[in-house]
Design a protein around this ligand. Structure first.
Ligand code: KG4
Ligand code: ZN
Length: 356
């Protein structure tokens, strides 16, 4: 029987809805639309939680209308509503949760509260056949974590950043260089024409023999570099500036490459085979240099399709679909205590739950 799942994502600055259909075990993305707030948030140089929440509120209804139209479905056709429940910014999360409850009330359907981090990695199943267990590397604007993933609900943290996330390293470094927000894709594009060996930037926790990451020192070294070489950031089209972007990006790439080796080491210590698939997801997984370096270094690596890497509703619908046995039935899903339950109960967050 055909099953339709609608996913809502509002954990940070992107408002996104995805609609999936599953028929005879095959999953198809019927529609998938995102309203990014990048243009609005550029004015503020980053995400302002209250402004992001207000924008979600404004955009959710028109986005729902256009996504259901594209999918050629009515709300009453939806069998399950997936919504990001954790982690994220409180105001933005609440707008999505309230939208999900309103839809559930109208359509009288269950809700599956989704852990956004797990959804990023599990988005791999939208385009690839991957079996558990696998080594997951989540690299986004808010998180950088190595997970051992034994099932769609069993995520064990092997190591994570002790300060900034990889995406923050791109965004904060880019801000210092006078690039727009978010800067990840801009640096990626400029770095393609630069020499990644031109300048030396540090790899955080280089000598710690574990898979913890650290990127705050890298950002500081960019600040120091620009203080010493103020002219380089003045001309974004110069060769030196391209070299600067390539060299800065290379420090992030090298850190991820090195720490993946330690993550594999830990996996072997835990008694798992050394050739487990490596699955890489999250917005930073779009980065072309990271893709190239990890593919050259690790045989069994798969990346989430770039269109499902950044925050999106399709990955939320996908996670809800895979875990639909954990959905909260209607009308229980409308309970006032539902939000607290979404966050605290172990069955929704696996062995760990991380906050932004
Ligand atoms: O997964 P995501 O949409 O949001 C979070 O869950 O945090 O990731 C957003 C991050 C931003 O930091 C952005 O700069 C980064 O992903 N990003 C990139 C690229 N595209 C997006 N970083 C490096 N290279 C890219 N091509
Ligand atoms: Zn995300």
């Amino acid at each position: 029987m055909r099953k339709i799942v609608l996913g809502i994502e509002t954990s940070c600055d992107d408002t996104s809805i995805g609609i999936l259909a599953q028929d005879n075990g095959k999953t198809e993305v019927l529609a998938h639309k995102t309203f990014g707030q990048e243009e609005i948030l550029k004015t503020w140089g980053g995400v302002v939680p209250e402004i992001a929440a207000r924008n979600h509120l404004q955009k959710l209804v028109p986005l729902l209308r256009s996504t259901t139209e594209k999918a050629k479905i009515e709300l009453s056709d939806v069998d399950l509503i997936g919504v990001t429940a954790v982690p994220g910014l409180l105001g933005p999360l609440l707008t999505g949760l309230n939208a999900a409850k309103t839809m559930a009330m109208i359509a009288q359907k269950p809700i599956m509260p989704v852990n956004h981090l797990y959804a990023h990695l599990e988005a791999i199943h939208l385009t690839e056949e991957v079996k558990y267990p696998y080594l997951g590397l989540l690299i986004s604007g808010g998180h950088s974590i190595f997970f051992l993933v034994e099932s769609s609900q069993d995520f064990q943290v092997l190591g994570s950043t002790i300060d900034d996330a990889a995406g923050e390293a791109f965004d904060k470094g880019g801000k210092l260089m006078g690039l727009g927000y978010p800067a990840g894709k801009i640096i990626d594009d400029i770095a393609k024409d630069g020499n990644s060996q031109a300048f030396e930037f540090p790899i955080g926790l280089k000598s710690s023999a574990d898979c913890r990451l650290s990127f705050s020192g890298l950002k500081t070294s960019m600040r120091v570099f620009l203080e010493k070489n103020p002219s380089i950031a003045n001309d974004h089209s110069s060769d030196e500036f391209k070299d600067l972007c390539a060299s800065y990006q290379n420090a992030i790439v090298s850190a991820l490459k090195l720490k993946t080796r330690y993550a594999y080491k830990k996996i072997v210590e835990l008694g798992f085979p050394k050739d487990l698939p490596l699955i890489v997801g999250g917005g930073v997984a779009c980065n072309s240099a990271i893709r190239k370096a990890l593919m050259q270094t690790y045989k069994n690596v798969k990346f989430v399709d770039p269109k499902y890497c950044a925050d999106n509703g399709a990955m939320i619908a996908n996670y809800a679909l895979i875990n639909s046995d954990k959905a909260i039935p209607f009308p229980e899903c409308l309970d006032l205590d539902a939000r607290g339950r979404f966050i605290d109960k172990k069955e929704f967050s696996g062995k760990t739950s991380q906050s932004k």
